[in-house]
Design a protein around this ligand. Sequence first.
Ligand code: 7TS
Length: 424
Amino acid sequence: MSFLSKTHFLRARNVGWDLIRSDFPILDQTVNGEPLIYFDNAATSQKPNAVINALRNYYEKDNANVHRGIHELSNRATAAYEGGRQRAAKYLNAASSSEIIFTRGTTEGINLVASSWGGANLKAGDKVLLTEMEHHSNIVPWQMLCERTGAELLYVPVVGDSGQLDLEAYDRLLGQGVKLVSVTHISNTLGVINPVAELCGKARAAGAVTVIDAAQSAGHLKLDVQALGCDFLAFSGHKMCGPTGIGVLYGRLPLLESLPPYQGGGEMIQTVDFFKTTYAKPPHRFEAGTPDIAGVVGLHAAMDYLDGIGRKAIFEHDQDLAVYAYAQLSNIQGIRLFGPPSGRGGLVSFLLEEVHAHDLVTFADQKGIALRGGHHCNQPLMKKLGVPSTARASFYFYNTREEVDQLLDVLIEIRRFFGSNPGI
Ligand code: 7TS
């Protein structure tokens, strides 16, 4: 079945996207007098009733601290927290729930690897390989590490506005004694989907440790860390229907066992004496202090919710919207679109000639459409593309083609308002 006929089949079968939309109370409102169209999902997704209710239920019935009290509520909170860990392991097809570390999000996950793995393994002259499309959270921690250790950063170039990685350059750079490769799965500006399994396979063959930034993929497609062959993978709960403040770092157990702690405090110890501490085994070694228990409960509900719909169906829906939006928007004269026309993640970045991205986004907001304008924490990529910012529409499974059509109408209006020729 071709891609198009498959999506048509999905639409005809009607996965029940309209019903699914009604799971999100926030979507049922007007903004500036217009029905809200929420196209800022790459920044954060909205939350379904299943997640909101799980949080409420936890605080109403089970709230206590974990791993501490020997009382009923503490036992329930501990069971909920550790149950969330098992759920996350299943979500990623990790070999063991000990490979799941709860973090504040992708940013903290990458900082943890840079600090613990990098601090223990990198020395002056070693090389860390990133790509030009990385989010700041997959650049700055490595820069900080390189400043501390004297290691060096290398970047795989992106090619043109379609922004795919230069894979020949990857092979060449990998051959220069790279110790660690850290790469985004889906670019939050370009929508490019990187061939992460292939990149990890080559890195492993070259003796390099691998980190996948799955911030833009974890809520959109099926991830299997064993099939991907990565050493670490980080994502944020809030971009996949979960609460803010909770995320996951997956790490291969033999590697985690070899690493020093990230932060010191309660929960991460075996014994503490006045001058000496022994540390707990992974994952608790990396979770100092009271964790975000409610966040884990909410994330658990989000994972159940996403798998209830099916990540395959979600990805096909998101891709369908992105490919449709790319094709529709390309009809507007004076538009510059970034990322590939197809085979992309669920977002589209663009610029309208003569219109600043911030003006465009402000205008769209007046029509009830939430876009994002700016550098999207991709300043080096912006420099490479030669632009200060882009406007971005990012989709999720509760968005519709009809909403994309409304965006198109508003962009044509904006062209009329700011520019000389609407073109379409
Ligand atoms: N990596 C990528 C690829 C991202 O898109 C983001 C957030 C992060 C890491 C950081 O995630 P956090 O949850 O730790 O903050 N991206 C965006 C965005 O595109 N607009 O706002 C946040």
